[in-house]
Design a protein around this ligand. Structure first.
Ligand SMILES: Cc1ncc(COP(=O)(O)O)c(C=O)c1O
Length: 400
């Protein structure tokens, strides 16, 4: 039998999906499972989105569409990011894809040659490492432990850029898995460092940019230092903000040459974002924003509930997240202990024992490059949150 390409030997299935699959299997076997694992928003967009999709279906042309995205979709996105403070972009600066994951994959293909270096703060979204592996880039995660609020410091960035001379610096704000948000001052301080290293592309994966709490405002490197515009790529998505992960719509805004590269990539695989999906996406971006706004308020209240429960557990350290819908407690105080005779040596043992004993599914931090922690995604139905947190607390109380 002929061999598969070497590239596929480097490709791994998502570690997050593995936990979600195990939880699903246990549930199918009749276990009472509360899932804090997969990062889905767990709400549906407003009815205007479905109406737009139905209308589009009624007059569906059945034809291929534009590789970049329809003008109406590009304009809706441009308007959307202008409201965010990202001004001065035109259709030539943007492109679309099948979710932000697809955009990120195409960016990796477009910006990284084999052996090039990509640096990103760690903890990081698992897919960054997986995509870097597939394109055979050298990934250098920059450790940002709980003691520094899981945030990259300007000195750390400066040193990493000077030492590794990366082709790409990949940033994520607000963060998956930590939920941390960089303040305007913190973004500006990192932008000042980036200006000093002109040979590095900057990808800023900001798909949670509408999901900020405590009155914090979203801010971006380009706003802080406009001269970064010609090498900064902003990544966005409908998935989380609008409760539309399955619709698969992602966007980028950046230099024309990058938008063109992604459009060329589209022309060679997806061809276009489908017509009906495009109509729904435009409706989400330009229609009433009451659903995402209400959900954000709900997520902030849930964040408070989760933090209160975690802070009540002796030894657990949890920097206060201010965005997205994740918390990322350091649970390493449990290592070396046992639960019902099951020894817990690391985050994976912890998550397995928690799932087996209490039916609560979380993702081990090692999936995100931080084996002292685990990720809780708190978008489960509200009635499940308190019991899930209670079981989490009980599990800790029962450790010996
Ligand atoms: C930080 C981050 N970037 C990108 C994505 C991918 O989003 P999409 O559903 O648009 O592919 C996710 C999804 O979990 C994410 O957390």
């Amino acid at each position: 039998m002929p061999l598969l390409a070497r590239r596929i030997g480097r490709a791994k299935p998502s570690a997050i999906m593995a936990v979600a699959e195990k939880a699903k299997k246990l549930k199918a076997e009749g276990r009472d499972i509360i899932s804090f694992s997969i990062g889905v928003p767990n709400f549906l967009p407003g009815d205007h989105v479905y109406q737009a999709a139905r209308d589009a279906l009624a007059k569906d042309s059945g034809q291929y569409g534009s590789n970049r995205g329809t003008d109406a979709l590009l304009d809706a996105f441009l308007q959307h990011i202008e409201a965010l403070g990202l001004t001065g972009y035109t259709r030539a600066n943007v492109s679309t894809g099948i979710g932000a994951k697809h955009i990120l994959y195409n960016l990796a293909e477009s910006l990284l040659d084999e052996g090039d270096t990509i640096v990103y703060p760690s903890p990081y979204w698992t897919t960054y490492a997986d995509i870097a592996d597939i394109v055979n880039a050298k990934a250098v995660p920059l450790p940002c432990p709980a003691s520094q609020d899981y945030k990259l410091t300007p000195a750390q960035l400066d040193q990493a850029l000077a030492t590794h001379k990366p082709k790409v610096f990949l940033f994520n704000n607000p963060s998956n898995p930590t939920g941390m948000v960089y303040t305007r001052e913190e973004v500006a301080a990192l932008a000042d460092v980036l200006v000093k290293h002109p040979d590095t592309w900057i990808i800023t994966d900001d798909i949670y940019n509408r999901m900020l709490f405590d009155g914090l405002a979203y801010t971006n490197f380009v706003q802080a230092r406009p001269e970064l515009r010609d090498r900064t790529v902003f990544v966005d998505s409908l998935s989380k903000t609008y409760g539309m992960p399955g619709w698969r719509v992602g966007f980028m805004a950046g230099p024309e040459v990058v938008a063109k590269a992604l459009t060329t990539m589209n022309s060679n695989h997806i061809t276009n974002v489908p017509e009906v999906v495009t109509a729904a996406a435009i409706a989400a971006l330009t229609g009433p924003q009451d659903v995402p706004v209400a959900k954000n308020a709900e997520f902030q209240a849930k964040r408070d509930q989760v933090l209160a429960a975690l802070n009540a557990i002796p030894g657990v350290v949890c920097p206060r997240p201010q965005g997205a819908f994740y918390v990322f407690p350091d649970i390493s105080c449990a290592f070396g202990k046992s639960h019902n005779g099951v020894k817990i040596e690391n985050d994976v043992d912890f998550c397995n024992a928690l799932l087996d004993a209490k039916g609560v599914a979380c993702v081990p931090g090692s999936a995100f490059g931080e084996p002292r922690a685990l990720r809780i995604s708190y978008t489960c139905p509200t009635p499940q949150l308190a019991p899930g947190l209670q079981r989490f607390q009980e599990f800790f109380a029962e450790l010996k």
